[in-house]
Design a protein around this ligand. Structure first.
Ligand code: PMP
Length: 344
């Protein structure tokens, strides 16, 4: 770079070191102090930038990936976007096998980021050769020099957060954190961050947020995979219908389940009270905090760090769209009337 120019050499240098922001109004009636780790500040707008960069750089370090090779993953969500972004800068081909349930907007966004997107039927079983899991596996076997990220079963996912998110929170709170509240999907964020924090202070309580319709909380309590827990829900990125090996259940003290409706309203409330435009699972995490207050989990001296995993812009056609909220039955008549006044 030219002398005297204060520029980053590329966008990847901006991954991590996200801000910790005190929450003020939304927590006014709650016990304790609350700080949000706002992962939407990553250049790809989510915490998944961290795992995309770490897993790809580990593959480079171990000689698995060479320039011009191919990176494969099965997601239309945040991880897909982050992998596509890292692939562009580092010169890899990126293939994403996604479900036909993915919105056209998401597929367009991934294509814009240079990914080759395979749209696979949503209605087939996971072991059907047409499923996105099987398509990804087949492409990985066929393409020489390809890496399958496989975030739910890749322990480098935990390592990425152990290396970055955990130390950042420890440093930003000057070691004063008492509780971590984080959503669990693959479990990489909560497990890696928890492992690091508990090594510094084993008394820090780690609380995972799970969805109704997911098996994680029950598995944590019983170590039993109970298929009766599984039913459809709307929040994306939170909870699961299988047990991911990227989750270290021993590092988590407790899970809290939240509903689609409460989480959607709380995400909207975060925007209105704190001016923080964050995603659906951020609403879920904040909702979990409200429920934990009802159970008297926190005291006036608690320093609670909550991870807000992504930016709100990815949910414009969902929780931030009044029509969608109404279609889900998330507005009562009174709320809609008050909302409508804003448009006059
Ligand atoms: N929130 C969102 C929006 C996500 O995409 C994910 C990832 N599935 C999570 C939370 C959970 O993070 P993790 O996979 O690290 O448990």
């Amino acid at each position: 770079m030219k002398e005297g120019i204060k520029a980053h050499s590329n966008i990847l240098e901006l991954i991590g070191n996200t801000p910790l922001i005190q929450l003020n109004k939304i927590t006014a009636s709650l016990k304790g102090n609350y700080y949000a780790k706002v992962e939407g500040f990553n250049p790809g707008h989510s915490a998944k930038d961290r795992i995309a960069l770490h897993i790809i750089e580990e593959a480079e370090r171990t000689g698995v990936l060479k320039p011009g090779d191919t990176i494969i993953e099965t997601t239309s969500g945040n991880t897909g976007f982050s992998i596509a972004m890292v692939s562009i800068i580092k010169g890899y081909d990126c293939i994403l096998a996604v479900s036909s349930k993915s919105s056209a907007d998401k597929i367009d966004m991934l294509r814009t980021m240079g990914a080759k997107v395979y749209v696979c039927p949503a209605h087939v079983k996971a072991d059907d050769p047409r499923s996105y899991y099987e398509v990804a596996k087949r492409l990985h076997n066929e393409i020489k020099g390809s890496v399958y990220i496989n975030q739910y079963f890749n322990t480098l996912n935990i390592a990425a957060h152990y290396k970055s998110t955990g130390p950042e929170i420890w440093e930003q709170t000057n070691g004063q954190i008492t509780h971590l509240v984080a959503c669990s999907g693959t479990g990489g964020t909560i497990s890696g961050t928890a492992r690091f924090l508990k090594e510094q202070n084993p008394n820090i309580k780690i609380i995972g947020i799970d969805a109704y319709g997911s098996v994680l909380q029950k598995y944590h309590e019983t170590r039993e995979f109970d298929t009766k827990e599984i039913y459809p829900y709307r929040i994306e990125g939170l909870g699961k219908n299988l047990i991911p090996t990227a989750t270290d259940f021993d590092s988590i003290d407790q899970f809290v389940k939240v509903t689609d409706e409460d989480s959607a309203h709380t995400a909207r409330e975060i925007a209105k009270t704190e001016g923080l435009f964050v995603g659906y699972t951020s609403g879920a995490a904040m909702q979990g905090i409200k429920q934990l207050n009802e159970q008297d989990v926190f005291s006036e001296n608690s320093n609670v760090v909550v991870i807000f995993p992504d930016h709100g812009s990815r949910y414009m056609s969902k929780i931030f769209n009044d029509e969608w909220m109404e279609q889900q039955g998330f507005f009562d008549a009174e709320t809609v009337e008050v909302e409508a006044i804003h448009y006059i």
